[in-house]
Design a protein around this ligand. Structure first.
Ligand code: COA
Length: 324
């Protein structure tokens, strides 16, 4: 059996936070944000809008697109590090909202979480364990960003994307996967939240709930790891750059995307970029960009694609797949 993506959907909050809005909140300016990060605006949830709300809307759209009933799902995986609650999982809340059956759990691997979800779905389907799986990437990063810290608050946004994956005998679908982590670099990007097990972090960090980031260091690791993963996953699949329609990179910074593409030898016209509208929505960046391109016709049936991501862990990876 092969794991084919057969439906996509996405959802972003209505509220737009522009660079001009941020100028009123921290010592920054619109041009700096646009030139240093490539972001013009991002979407922000209201106080009573949660990850499961965005994920539910994306899930409904993906099911409709796939022509599948929620009852046919065997499993919902929601990749998120900003779930409404630590328990139950956001995936369980989505299951209830859409009236699905099957099993549910959240996958906590920050930005590459959606791609790791695709890898998991591939393994389940190819082993014969499940037939129909929904993978969601959904985040409300605005709820864990310190809006007095100009180093981080300008970068992040909220959103969700979902795909429906099904078992078919037709070759293709999720073809190859490349995944790696280096836990020694975890201090470069972390969100202590409730998981304050590490005393040194507790002492250093009097405000436990916010994302902490060493942007400059991350930048270098992001470019190297995403470029290398893209090349490796193509090699595994026996394909070259010319064989793929698009590289869909994690949208963390336009300069990271451009440097990754250059290092991997991918021309920029083959790179999906929407960071100017949404900023870094963590696990949601790739499924949102994918959904946009499928719906506006840039991605067509049979197109080969590489999704590549990088984030906290540090963790990174790439998935080579074809749209059904
Ligand atoms: N507005 C204006 N100036 C800012 C600023 C802001 N929002 N944020 C930082 N600056 C200042 C810095 O304080 C520094 O000033 P100084 O030279 O007087 O000290 C200057 O701009 C340059 O800072 P630097 O950190 O070198 O900028 P940069 O070009 O590396 O861009 C990031 C900063 C965070 C945008 C960039 O490093 C980045 O995107 N890193 C990767 C982050 C990432 O990917 N995170 C998520 C991974 S999933």
């Amino acid at each position: 059996m092969y794991a084919h993506l057969i439906g996509t959907g996405s959802s972003v909050p209505e509220r737009v936070l522009t660079n001009a809005d941020l100028e009123k909140m921290v010592d920054t300016d619109s041009e700096w944000i646009e030139t240093r990060a490539g972001i013009k605006e991002r979407r922000i949830t209201s106080d009573d809008e949660w990850v499961s709300d965005l994920a539910t809307e994306a899930a409904r759209k993906a099911l409709e697109h796939a022509g599948m009933s929620p009852k046919e799902l065997d499993l919902i995986i929601c990749a998120t590090v900003t779930g409404d609650t630590t328990m139950p999982s956001a995936a369980s809340i989505v299951q209830y909202n859409i009236g699905a059956g099957g099993a549910t759990y959240d996958l906590g691997s920050a930005c590459p979480g959606f791609l790791y979800g695709l890898a998991t779905a591939k393994a389940y389907i190819e082993s014969g364990m499940f037939r129909n799986i929904m993978v969601i990437g959904a985040e409300t990063t605005s709820k864990v960003v310190d809006f007095t810290d100009r180093n981080t608050c300008i970068l992040f946004g909220d959103g969700a994307g979902a795909v429906v994956i099904t078992a078919t005998e037709e070759e293709g679908g999720i073809m190859e996967v490349e995944m790696e982590s280096d836990g020694a670099l975890g201090h470069l990007l972390y969100l202590p939240g409730m998981r304050q097990r590490i005393p040194v972090l507790r002492e250093k960090d009097p405000v436990p709930l916010y994302v902490k980031m060493q942007g400059n260091d991350l930048f270098k690791y992001a470019v190297k790891s995403m470029a290398d993963s893209s090349v490796k996953v193509l090699e595994k699949g026996g394909l070259g750059i010319d064989d793929i329609k698009y590289l869909i990179p994690h949208q963390a910074n336009i300069r990271i995307i451009e440097a990754t593409a250059k290092r991997a030898g991918v021309p920029l016209e083959k790179v999906l970029i929407n960071i100017e509208k949404f900023g870094n929505t963590s696990s949601a960046t790739i499924p949102i960009a994918f959904d946009e391109a499928v719906r506006d016709g840039r991605i067509q049936k049979g197109d080969a694609l590489v999704g590549v991501s990088f984030g906290a862990g540090l963790s990174w990876g790439a998935v080579l797949f074809k749209w059904y």
